[in-house]
Write a protein that binds this ligand. Structure first.
Ligand code: UDP
Length: 445
């Protein structure tokens, strides 16, 4: 046990995939050092964190003392203080100074999310230091970062290009560029926010990365060379029981019923499908995915959300599926549709689950890997396309079905890929063996 007089302040990026790993890290730091922990965020996210912690079993180690602080919204000028005269005005600075006043010294460090390079200056002026916590993987984050500083790739005549920081053999494809990179030239708003913030984050004291040397051997050296910072691996940092009982949205099917449904199936026979907490696919893609799933005759559990263009908080409507689809799959027990949200880690760790059709969010990828499950990639946003590339090319435990929400996909292709991955021989078997090996390594961390 270390010193209970030390204090660490955390500021995660305001997204689900960042809040959960920050909470898991907070718990680990508190348990291993006894440090006081404060997590600061927007009011809605603080509410979510509060619910999450209060849902944990009172006797479980998930229950720990953490101060949750709402940071008020303020104007953009105050939020982005790269030029120092503004930094004292930030709510974060005020929070650090409050702690300093009450405790006689500033927090030992602040731990901030990937795009908060400005926090380096704020930390310095409050007498402490900034540590950047990358909640993504090494490969995906480096690709995403490197893209912002190598915008000329948009001028290339070829559909393929290489990226500084990556070995020559890594070829990126034009379809792996987000639309903002295709337009960015360094003078646009996105570049003007991203470039200085990323550069400043390289002035952090060190970086923590939610990965492990076993998961991304080799790939870790690339961000170390690129940022010239110590990059420590602290993955997989799985949330465990946080996810079992808590969520901002309740599943349409009671979690016990989901497990009962999984219990009905043979080991390794169910495909789990989810596009995460932020993303969804188009109406036509939803239709073709449903056609392919049914034609494959494989069992599946699909967390389904309204397609692109519809209110994501709304209910998914059956008219967006082939006629009679839901009734048929229910009758034959081929499939289960869960609307909006499901207890993912519990599903992935159930013995009946055999593979994951995923958008390749990093938390989801790690959760899948930790359970030794091969993946079918359908990356959509952020660095997911690079996570998918890494899982396919470097790890050999995934195959990419398609990417984005504008691609044309037909049911027949969906069926073929599902059959290949769920096959007990051939490529499916090879991918499964690789995923299981990594899963064993991760679980023994
Ligand atoms: N998650 C979940 N149920 C869902 C959707 C997501 O439990 O229906 C959890 C998932 O297990 C993971 C996190 O939410 O821990 C999603 O993070 P990720 O980085 O995969 O992607 P994001 O949703 O942030 O894009």
């Amino acid at each position: 046990m270390g010193s209970e007089n030390e204090h660490t302040v955390m500021l995660p990026l305001m997204a689900h995939g960042h809040l959960i790993p920050f909470l898991a890290l907070a718990k680990q730091i508190h348990r291993s050092t006894g440090f006081k922990i404060t997590i600061a965020n927007t009011p809605l996210n603080i509410q979510y964190l509060q619910n999450t912690i209060s849902c944990a079993n009172p006797n479980s180690p998930e229950k720990f003392n953490v101060n949750l602080v709402e940071l008020p919204f303020c104007s953009l000028d105050h939020d982005l203080p790269p030029n120092t005269e503004n930094r004292e005005l930030t709510p974060l600075y005020n929070l650090l100074m409050d702690i300093k006043e009450k405790e006689g010294k500033p927090p030992i460090c602040i731990i901030t999310g990937t795009f908060f390079g400005w926090a380096v200056d704020v930390a310095k002026s409050a007498g402490t230091t900034n540590v950047t916590f990358i909640t993504g993987g090494a490969y995906g984050t480096l690709a995403y970062t490197s893209m912002w500083f190598n915008l000329p790739h948009r001028k290339t005549n070829s559909d393929e290009f290489t990226l500084p920081g990556f070995p020559e053999r890594c070829h990126f494809h034009i379809t792996q560029l987000h639309k903002y990179w295709r337009m960015a030239d360094g003078s646009d708003d996105w570049s003007k926010f991203m470039q200085p913030n990323i550069t400043q984050s390289f002035q952090s004291y060190e970086m923590l990365c939610k990965t492990a040397e076993d998961i991304e051997p080799g790939a870790l050296q690339w961000p170390r060379n690129y940022t010239k910072l110590p990059v420590w691996t602290i993955g997989p940092l799985l949330p465990q029981s946080y996810l079992k009982k808590s969520s901002s949205s309740s599943p349409s099917v009671n979690p016990e019923k989901i497990i009962e449904w999984l219990d009905l199936h043979h080991p390794g026979s169910v495909l789990y499908i989810s596009f995460g907490s932020q993303n969804t696919i188009s109406s036509s893609q939803t239709m073709e995915l449903a056609i392919g799933l049914e034609a494959s005759a494989k069992s599946f559990l699909w967390v389904i959300r309204p397609p692109v263009g519809f209110d994501l908080r709304g209910e998914f409507r059956s008219e967006r599926l082939p006629e009679g689809f839901e009734e048929r799959i229910e009758e034959t027990k081929q499939g289960l549709l869960v609307r909006n949200w499901a207890p993912q880690l519990e599903i992935l760790s159930h013995k009946s689950t055999g593979a994951f059709l995923s958008y390749c969010g990093w938390n989801s990828a790690l959760e899948s890997l930790s359970q030794g499950l091969p993946m079918i990639g359908w990356p959509i946003a952020a660095e997911q396309t690079y996570n998918s590339k890494m899982l396919v090319e470097e790890m050999g435990m995934a195959v990419e079905l398609t990417r984005g929400v504008q691609s044309t996909i037909v049911g027949h292709d969906v069926k073929n890929v599902i059959e290949m991955v769920m096959d007990e021989a051939g490529k499916g078997q090879e991918m499964k063996a690789k995923a299981e090996k990594i899963g064993r390594q991760i679980r023994h961390q």
